[in-house]
Design a protein around this ligand. Sequence first.
Ligand code: MIC
Ligand code: SF4
Length: 641
Amino acid sequence: MGKNIVEKIIEKHLISGTMKSGKEIAITIDQTLTQDSTGTMAYLQYEAMGVPRVKTKRSVAYVDHNMLQAGFENADDHKYIQTVASKHGVYFSRPGNGICHQVNLERFDRPGWTLLGSDSHTPTAGGIGMLAIGAGGLDVAVAMAGGPYYLTMPRVCRVVLKGKLNPWVTAKDVILEILRQLSVKGGVGKVLEYAGDGVSTLTVPERATITNMGTELGATTSIFPSDEMTRAFMRAQNREDEWIELCADYDAQYDEEIEIDLSTLEPLIAKPHSPDNVDSVKNVGPIKVDQVAIGSCTNSSYLDLMRVAKILKGKTVHPDVSLVISPGSKQVYTMLAKNGALADMVDAGARVLECACGPCIGMGQAPATDAVSVRTFNRNFYGRSGTVSAKVYLASPEVAVATALTGVLTDPRILGEYPEIDMPDTFVVNDNSVISPAEHAEDVEVVRGPNIKPFPINEELKDKVSGTVLLKMEDNITTDHIMPSNAKLLPYRSNIPYLSDYCLTPVDKGFPARAKEAGGGFLVAGHNYGQGSSREHAALVPLYLGIKGVIAKSFARIHKSNLINSGILPLVFVNEDDYNTIDRDDYIVIEDAVNQIKQGDTLIVKNITKDIEFKVKLEVSPRLKNVILAGGLLNYTKKNA
Ligand code: MIC
Ligand code: SF4
């Protein structure tokens, strides 16, 4: 029987387990990437493992998130990452070199290889045919130390792309359409593998836009075949020698299939506050827009920004709109500068920022009170822009730039002829902002500023786990709710005690104080708890606050594994109706927890306040049970070393 692309790559990297969906497997990791807002924690954890030099084929540490240096904190973190990377064999991509996913796509991603990144948008590399997965920093630290990555063998969903996109309709509209169909939890436990005659009409950066935002489906990852288009992109990046052909066998099997006819799509937009709240630009209509932001790892490629520049050329941004543009990488920025496109943007009145995540993670450019912001990014979660009353919409660069010119949400098809941009035969290649690691570790002293504080480590699980329900939440709580990130908080990513005062405050401002007073307890939530980012802080900070377990209707993949790595119980209601019987301030107890976990997958929870019992499931592999019993992955690893 033939194989699909996912099976082909996993088979080559399989260390243990069988490739049966739902079963735990372990794979080797060829490459890792970290970025600075998750990286400090990842390298502190790596150091705690005591492995002198990374064992991957390539590991890269990026600095792209915490770029505003309003105080010493971010600069300190950059210095720590640069020195710790150098000491342990990790390449360092300097601030200014670009957003990790864009740079990795240009310079390092390889078809057929595996990549583990401490950022949820690591699947961007699927655009080149790499099996690329986002994970918590600790998982990435383990991979750098040469350990396998454990995951649940995903179901593979074949996404058949038919036909060709019409002018002004883009890759962003493809993924928005898929989000409209499948929702933000429709991809959980799955990999989306693209196929069909429409694939060959999409360039690698366009494919990468689709795989990037596949993260918003909750998917493990997304992947495209590696074909002649991939080869042309890699040739233009001066690395054709790293290209291999990769496609599914003609008789490959899939767990499910969806079909998208590219020629029927139109410009789409995700409305506040969820990437799956999708409608057509036409239906939403000409609402007044205050801010337009173009960039992020979803839409900041050379092709995207060249089209934007061409549309802006000789025109003026609407007086009521602030247009900000952040190029994705130094390569993109240099090319725009050299060919004059940068001048066209600046001349039209755009505010061009440095190449970094910037406004996507609330690092500056927070919109005005109640403002409408149209962004080419991948997330519009509540409060993420830095302004809680802002209404953030997600769309293609074409919709964004048309809107910046008119001042109202605009279907770009009114702009006339579509500016076709050809893929360059050669990109400007200059890797001088990627610093190679030191040859001799002893030459490097790791620099640790005062902002770097120790991180909390759990204890072995107790027999009796009890506490108060400190907060009851709805469906789709994001990591931006659990551990908000913005210009004021991102500088404290290495300082868990400081962050703890902001945990879950977008849901309930009183939560941190209540948790501290109670000395910890439980959280209760609806479906898809913890969707979004890979930030471990969304588990480490609750751990610091004494959270012992989260009881939810379902969990998002990366967050669930971060909870387990921290030794926090991720429990799922066996009967969803029990969610309705439990309230904030109820006192709950799990008796004989250790034995209950050892003996089965179901645990009895007693609600003492209501004098009732209900059942919860601990849906984890036997290995992960031991991680939980040990009080988290670091303890487990030490115990088994
Ligand atoms: C994000 O887009 O939410 C981030 C910021 O890149 C996060 C990582 C982080 O929180 O540091 C992610 O996507 O994993
Ligand atoms: Fe950076 Fe935004 Fe991409 Fe996250 S989603 S990596 S914050 S650009």
